[in-house]
Ligand binder design. Structure first.
Ligand code: SF4
Length: 372
C-alpha cells in the first residue's frame, strides 16, 4: 500500500460545483445477482427493458468532457456494473475521452481476479467494495446472499496484489452501527485507501432497515472523527454532511491544526452535497441530484447532462443553500454542509427542507435568509 491518499477516487481540483460536479454516478444497470436489504436500486436479476443501450451509454460518456477542465470523475454503479455485457467497450470509450473512472462491482462469482486485472488494464482508477459486517454472519445477513463476505475479502486481497486502489463502503444503520468499530479493526491491515460510512436513507429496499437517531448519529460521528485522525486510510461519510460540522466543532475543541484536520478527511467534502458536486444518471437515463434523491430533472436521451446540471430549475435550487428551508436554511454551516438533500426529500417530499438527521440548532442564524 502506498500513501494514504492512494485510494481516494476523487480528484479535488478546485472547481465551482454549480458548474461542474466532482463525481458523476452512472447506474449502468439495475441487474444484480445479490438482494441486499438496503439496495437503493431495488436491483433485479434482469436489466430494465428501457436500460440505456450501448450507443446511448457512449453518448452519455461523450457529454462528460463538455463540463470542461477539471473534468468530473465517473463512478460506475448498479445493480452490478459487471452485469453489463458492453462494459469493456464503454470503459474503452471513457479512456479515449480521458475520463477518470471508478467502479463498484457486486461481490458475486463474476468478480474474479482476472476481471480485476482487466479492469485495471482498462484504466479503472478505483474499486468500490461494500463491507457491512465484521463477520460473515453479519455481512451476509445484510447482503442477502451467503458467501459475499468471503468474496469481498478475497477481492480486497486481489486488488491489493494488483495495486488497484480500493474504497470500502459500509452501511450505517441501527442494525450495523454497533459493529462499525469491529469493521474498522478488520480493515486496518487490508491496505484499503478510503473507508466511507454511508448513513442509511430509507429509500428502495433500505426501508426495511432502521436509521440511527440524530443523537446516535452524532455520537458515531464523534467516534469517526477521532478514528480518522489515526486511521491508516482516509475515513469519510456519505449522506451525512453534518459530519463536517461535528468535525469542525471537535477540531475547535481539541485545537487540532489544519494539517490534522486535512488528514482526518473531513474537509474533503466541504461544500459538496446532493445535486451540488454530485449528479446521478439512472439506468434508464434519468438525471437526478443523487442516487438517493430520485427526482429527475431530465433524461440523457433527450437532454444534455451539462445543461441539466447547470441550468435546470431543480439543480439551480440545490446549488444555492439560500434556498434551503428550516434550520438548514439559516444555519451558519449551510455552505460547507447544507444537510442531506436526499434525506430531507425522503422524510418530507421536499428536497429543500431541513435535514432531519441533524440535531443542531443554529447558534448564529444567518440574517436576511428565510426563517425556520
Ligand atoms: S442544520 Fe443543516 S446545514 Fe446546519 S449543520 Fe445541520 S444539516 Fe448542516
Amino acid at each position: 500500500m502506498q500513501e494514504k491518499s492512494r485510494g481516494d477516487f476523487r480528484r479535488h481540483a478546485a472547481r465551482d460545483y454549480s458548474q461542474t460536479p466532482l463525481n458523476i454516478y452512472w447506474e449502468m444497470t439495475q441487474a444484480c445477482a445479490l438482494a441486499c436489504r438496503h439496495c437503493r436500486a431495488e436491483a433485479m436479476p434482469e436489466p430494465h427493458p428501457l436500460e440505456l443501450t450501448t450507443e446511448e451509454g457512449r453518448a452519455l460518456l461523450r457529454q462528460i468532457p463538455q463540463f470542461g477542465d477539471p473534468m468530473p470523475h465517473l463512478v460506475l454503479t448498479g445493480g452490478d456494473p459487471l452485469a453489463r455485457k458492453d462494459l469493456w467497450e464503454l470503459l474503452e470509450e471513457a479512456r479515449c475521452l480521458g475520463i477518470g473512472v471508478s467502479i463498484t462491482p457486486a461481490a458475486t462469482p463474476a468478480l474474479t481476479r482476472d476481471v480485476l486485472r482487466r479492469l485495471k488494464e482498462h484504466g479503472i482508477e478505483g474499486l468500490g467494495l461494500s463491507l457491512d459486517g465484521s463477520t460473515a454472519e453479519r455481512h451476509d445477513a445484510i447482503r442477502g446472499v451467503a458467501g459475499t463476505f468471503d468474496r469481498t475479502l478475497q477481492a480486497l486481497r486481489w486488488a491489493q496484489e494488483l495495486d488497484l486502489p480500493v474504497q470500502v463502503n459500509t452501511l450505517v444503520a441501527a442494525e450495523t452501527a454497533g459493529d462499525v468499530p469491529a469493521i474498522y479493526e478488520l480493515l486496518k491491515p487490508l491496505g484499503v485507501g478510503r473507508w466511507s460510512l454511508f448513513f442509511l436513507i430509507s429509500v428502495g429496499r433500505g426501508k426495511v432497515l432502521q436509521p440511527l437517531t440524530p443523537e446516535q448519529g452524532e455520537r458515531l460521528m464523534r467516534w469517526i472523527y477521532q478514528t480518522a485522525l489515526q486511521a491508516p486510510f482516509v475515513v469519510a461519510t456519505t449522506e451525512a454532511p453534518s459530519y463536517r460540522r461535528v468535525a469542525l466543532e471537535m477540531k475547535r475543541a481539541s485545537g487540532a491544526d489544519a494539517e490534522e484536520m486535512k488528514r482526518s478527511g473531513a474537509t474533503r467534502g466541504f461544500g459538496i452535497r446532493d445535486g451540488h458536486g454530485i449528479v446521478f444518471v439512472s439506468n434508464t437515463g434519468e438525471i437526478c441530484p443523487a442516487g438517493f434523491l430520485p427526482l429527475s430533472a431530465g433524461n440523457i436521451r433527450t437532454d444534455h447532462l451539462v445543461r441539466v446540471y447547470r441550468d435546470s430549475p431543480l439543480f439551480r435550487q440545490l446549488h444555492d443553500p439560500r434556498n434551503f428551508e428550516g434550520r438548514c436554511g439559516v444555519c451558519e454551516y449551510h455552505i460547507l454542509c447544507g444537510g442531506s438533500r436526499a434525506r430531507a426529500y425522503a422524510a418530507t417530499g421536499n428536497p429543500l427542507a431541513s435535514d432531519p438527521f441533524c440535531p443542531y440548532e443554529p447558534q448564529a442564524p444567518i440574517s436576511g435568509l428565510k426563517p425556520a
